[in-house]
Write a protein that binds this ligand. Sequence first.
Ligand code: GLU
Length: 289
Amino acid sequence: MAEYIGRFAPSPSGRLHFGSLVAALGSYAVAKHKNGKILLRIEDLDFFRCKKEYTSIILKELDEFGFVFDGEPYIQSEHTDVYYRVAKKLVEEDKAFYCNCTRSHLKTGVCHCREKGLKENAQDNLALRFIIPSTHQNSFEDEIYGVISSPVTVDALTLIRRDKVISYNLACVVDDIHQGVTQVVRGSDLIDITTTQMCLYNALDTECISYLHLPLAMADETYKLSKQNRSPAVLDQGPPSQMLIKALAFLNQDISGLNPQMTPKVILNKALDNFEIQKIPVGKKVIEA
Ligand code: GLU
């Protein structure tokens, strides 16, 4: 059987919050459980939101939790040429087009840029948009949720924004392919974009991979924890060992033999020995403070 390769792919737009810890732990534990590799990828292409200092902080925090990733961290901003190359190929194959519509126009009006056949020009701030093929999958099989129906709702997907930010969707798919990732394990907030990302796999002539979406950590019934809504840094909420145990409990794992006096490495090793994928719950869970 082919080797399992998983990844954890945080965006350095802030320190790790509890939801990031759940994603790190979930992707790490599933990969180890399947005797595979786990890669670390820093998704820092949005230069408005991401900061270099957060990359260093995230690497340090992951180390404090005792995670040891395979190979060096892959920093997306060091590989922008790869995304541009793929984007150019999609244009050449008539699978993407340049667009000069503003975001607000796209929300309300009709885009005619594809028919205009705009050409890339250094002077213009053109976005690049991928054409969703008329035939595509509107569902996929998730290892935890089973079949997820999630119709693709757009007819074009922005790959490069007018302000030159390379989109998460393009970079994520290109890297998952390029790094040989066999399963994506991530938070359920990204469930709905999965079928759209699968269209990109097809356009890049690559077989889709498998998915496992983790329960979403919620601050309350309405808000997911995220860096944008200033969720507290997980290491401000308690020491690494205590927060690891809390994240394991969140994933419904057996924590009976664990206590916060143990080092994070010991907790992680014991947890990996007992990790049961089928116990991971579905949906959203509010975290008690
Ligand atoms: N970089 C994304 C985040 O921090 C995760 C993307 C993914 O796992 O596909 O939310």
